[in-house]
Design a protein around this ligand. Sequence first.
Ligand code: AMP
Ligand code: ZN
Ligand code: FE
Ligand code: FE
Length: 279
Amino acid sequence: MIDLHSHSTFSDGSESPGRVIELAKAAGLDAIALTDHDTLEGLSEARARAVELDIELLNGCEVSCDFEDRVLHVLCYFISDGSGPLQDELILLRGDRERRNHLMIERLSKLGLPITEQEVTDKAEGKGIGRPHMAAVLKDHGAVRDINDAFERFLGKGRPGYVKKSRVTIEEIIDKTSRSGGVCSIAHPYSLDLIAHELDRQVDRWAAIGLVGLESYYGRYSPELRTNLVQMARRHGLVPTGGSDYHGDYKPDLAIGTGTGDLLVPSEVLDELRERVAR
Ligand code: AMP
Ligand code: ZN
Ligand code: FE
Ligand code: FE
């Protein structure tokens, strides 16, 4: 069993990279990918702990791409250490994120909500700030019931505190990831809210430009949806990847490895992914 989707304090997870590795080991996983938003910087700490605990760690990250009027999350795996085209793009994306965060906090405080730049930075422990950190600050002040409530009322797309980040296209990310030694998989494909045949058509297009995986075993999807996605992946010659999308306290219903309890990503998926990297 493996888990190819997890977040640490280097983006919007509540646990350090080292702790994520410990949890993966405790869950009995053969391998784990750390896939923080827009950054590979948690990987060195994760790597050190993975070596100590003897568990395989994949270099990974999750990037938000523009897709029509929506946001498409793309997981990147097996990125080479050091610099490269994807790494350069991630630096730009982190700059966009900082600008967006600043504007959102300004808007929220203008709306009369109790939130300051300092509090959000503290909440994120100085690393990659995201909307979940803003949500946690609002919750601490009792301005919202929980993280979800914060998104529904203020932080989600179209809500009064929301500001869009400038994003890249999936075409660019597939190209840059491949030139950085890695491969891409579409994260939680049903987030796109496409009807089945439209999703199928898009996946077909992306497969033609070098997409390698489709996240099929996803922490929050029912067994039936997972099966549908595995079949979709197979139809397009893609690897059905999978993971919990663990965020610690920010998504308290999701555990490393097992998701909401019944997730099981077969280790063979990783063998297939490795084969595709070697090609
Ligand atoms: P950001 O990268 O700052 O735009 O924030 C994205 C993060 O917010 C991801 O971890 C999402 O899973 C999380 N997120 C987005 N919408 C919601 C929601 N409605 N409830 C809880 N978390 C959300
Ligand atoms: Zn996240
Ligand atoms: Fe995501
Ligand atoms: Fe994620």
